[in-house]
Design a binder for this molecule. Structure first.
Ligand code: 5GP
Length: 211
């Protein structure tokens, strides 16, 4: 477990594949400078338009296994036949800069992160309905067999949705982004995250009394 010594907390967003987590993450990053992307690595081939080091670190299976052996990954998973993993370094670096790392990872990854960073906030994005999810997958150019695999995975993913801290229906993108940002904002107000401020004020009061 990594003890809290940072101003903010990791924000984990999971959703069935095609549920919109990547686009929600981009929206959050544009909306508020506090959010930052912690890049994860994958062995899957690059999709058109994806940039190495920006969307993912695209690595070989050998490179991935070496990172795993060397304990460089906070969590990892094999999703749809490919390896995915979050380098510890990319999350800790963002936290160290006083920003909120936004992690868009699968449901098992979300659980692993929560174990290591108990203060992490987990958000599950649910598509408004199945038809919309299928359309999104098709629009992004997934082959029919890939769509079928992703829908099958979605079945097991939604079973664990209730373990997430928050659930947001991703219908209208702008609203979804606003809702996720609002969740982060509220979380920063949790009493437990602000006891240092209460203590500082208490100390000021004490000093005043002794004047
Ligand atoms: P895609 O290939 O569509 O980009 O991602 C497939 C799935 O892998 C998605 O559910 C995505 O969130 C998940 N994923 C991406 N990066 C990571 C990671 O670092 N760790 C884990 N556990 N899942 C990831």
């Amino acid at each position: 477990m990594i003890r809290r010594k940072y101003k903010y907390f990791p924000m984990v967003i999971s959703a069935p594949s095609g549920g919109g987590k990547t686009v929600v993450r981009s929206g959050l990053l544009k909306l508020d400078k506090r959010f930052a992307f912690s890049v994860t690595c994958t062995t899957r081939p690059k999709r058109p338009g994806e940039i190495d080091g920006k969307d993912y670190y695209f690595v070989t299976v050998e490179q991935f296994k070496r990172m795993l052996r060397e304990g460089l990954l906070l969590e990892w998973a094999k999703v749809h036949g490919n390896y995915y993993g979050t380098p510890v370094k990319s999350v800790v670096e963002v936290l160290g800069k006083g920003r909120i790392p936004v992690m868009t990872i699968d449901v098992k990854g979300a659980r692993a992160v929560k174990k290591i960073f108990p203060e992490a906030i987990t958000v599950f994005l649910l598509p408004p309905d199945l038809k919309t999810l299928v359309q999104r997958l098709e629009r992004r150019g997934e082959a029919p067999e890939n769509v079928a695999v992703r829908l099958e995975t979605a079945r097991s993913e939604i079973k664990v949705a209730s373990r997430f801290d928050y659930l947001v229906i991703n219908d209208k993108l702008r609203e979804t982004i606003r809702e996720v940002a609002a969740i982060a904002e509220l979380e920063t107000r949790k009493t437990g995250r602000n006891l240092d401020k209460v203590k500082a004020f208490g100390n000021q009061l004490l000093k005043r009394k002794s004047l």
